[in-house]
Write a protein that binds this ligand. Structure first.
Ligand SMILES: NC(=O)c1ccc[n+]([C@@H]2O[C@H](COP(=O)([O-])OP(=O)(O)OC[C@H]3O[C@@H](n4cnc5c(N)ncnc54)[C@H](O)[C@@H]3O)[C@@H](O)[C@H]2O)c1
Ligand SMILES: O=C(O)[C@H](O)CO
Length: 323
């Protein structure tokens, strides 16, 4: 008999078939308590769980005593209670390599659109305001050769540094626990403490995972240390930023602008003050959202679950020690 799995995210047809070739699949819309109750037997018998963005905590796991592996269609896994998974010896698989380049592209898009006011001026053109030659009220600031400061020099940080260094001639600063030999050698990057980065960078770019240590890492004190011309970029996780402090810093002119793909609350409420500020580019968490990359992430997640339930966890496993 095929092992049972719960699927809580729609997959492209061919990937759904690939999954069904290996497993008996129960498709559910989400992991809410009502859904679990309505499919109690399927959750009870499931050995695998595949999807994204939903909370996987001890309360859910208590309804899944047969579970051996979870597979998330994402690289970030802050929505999983990893301790609870470890305590139950459940493997957690993720998609660390499938999206790196695409998310780095999104970071560059945020940098360029914030500095050159792309969204704001395009809206003005659509509103019929381009009636004569443009003046300084349409101008932005340069990106090329400005200093980029990267907080979170991991896979995506490195891909961003590559774009900034080779594509735009930008000096690269980064804050990390340790020096990153590859970044130093390939991009002439400079390792520094957070305060130095905040004081010297023209673009402060956060691509951090959400952890106890990074929650609200960027608050009032950090924005106060940035240049008044600095542009703050975040495509890591929204909760890494104290959003009220960011709004206050933008309003007070402590920093120049912000480009954001992630928010403390998602979807971002339409009432958010961020949406009233012309110097904010707000994207709907599209870091990895291209057809190609979302397909590759889903394919990787399907293969990860097949591998994990067959005991193959050489790659893409967050907690191999529980095997
Ligand atoms: N916006 C999006 O759609 C999107 C897409 C992919 C990933 N992400 C986010 O980006 C994160 C990073 O992805 P990645 O593949 O580069 O992960 P990664 O693990 O390769 O890199 C994260 C880096 O952050 C560093 N780090 C952790 N805590 C730190 C701290 N307190 N100070 C300084 N550095 C610290 C780690 O040492 C690591 O080098 C993900 O965890 C996810 O939250 C967002
Ligand atoms: O972590 C990730 O992979 C992205 O944020 C998509 O959810």
């Amino acid at each position: 008999m095929k092992p049972s799995v719960i699927l809580y995210k729609a997959l492209p047809d061919d990937l759904q078939r690939r999954l069904e070739a290996h497993f008996s699949v129960t498709k559910v819309p989400n992991l809410d308590a009502d859904t679990v109750q309505n499919h109690a037997d399927a959750f009870k018998n499931a050995e695998g769980l595949l999807g994204s963005s939903e909370k996987v905590d001890a309360a859910l796991l208590d309804n899944m005593p047969a579970l051996r592996a979870t597979s998330t269609i994402s690289v970030g896994y802050d929505n999983f209670d990893v301790d609870a998974l470890n305590a139950r010896r459940v493997l957690l698989m993720h998609t660390p390599t499938a999206l790196t380049e695409t998310v780095a592209d999104t970071l560059m898009a945020l940098i360029l659109s914030s500095a050159r006011r792309v969204v704001e001026v395009a809206e003005r053109v659509k509103a019929g305001e381009w009636t004569k030659g443009i003046g300084p009220d349409w101008f932005g600031t340069d990106v090329h050769h400005k200093t980029i400061g990267i907080v979170g020099m991991g896979r995506i940080g490195l891909a961003l540094a590559q774009r900034a260094h080779f594509g735009f001639g930008m000096p690269v600063l980064y804050n990390a626990r340790r020096q990153h030999k590859e970044a130093d050698e390939r991009f002439n990057a400079r390792h520094c403490d957070l305060d130095t980065l905040l004081q010297e960078a023209d673009f402060v770019c956060s691509i951090l995972p959400l952890t106890d240590e990074t929650r609200h890492l960027f608050g009032a004190a950090e924005f106060a240390k940035m240049k008044s011309s600095a542009i703050f970029i975040n495509a890591g996780r929204g909760q890494v930023v104290d959003e009220n402090a960011l709004i206050a810093a933008l309003k007070a002119g402590e920093i120049h602008a912000a480009g954001l793909d992630v928010f403390e609350q998602e979807p971002l409420p339409v009432s958010s003050e961020l949406l009233k500020l012309p110097n904010v580019v707000a994207l709907p968490h599209i870091g990895s959202a291209t057809h190609e990359t979302r397909y590759n992430m889903a394919a990787t997640a399907v293969d990860n679950l097949i591998d994990a339930l067959n005991g193959k966890i050489e790659k893409n496993c967050v907690n191999p020690q529980v095997k």
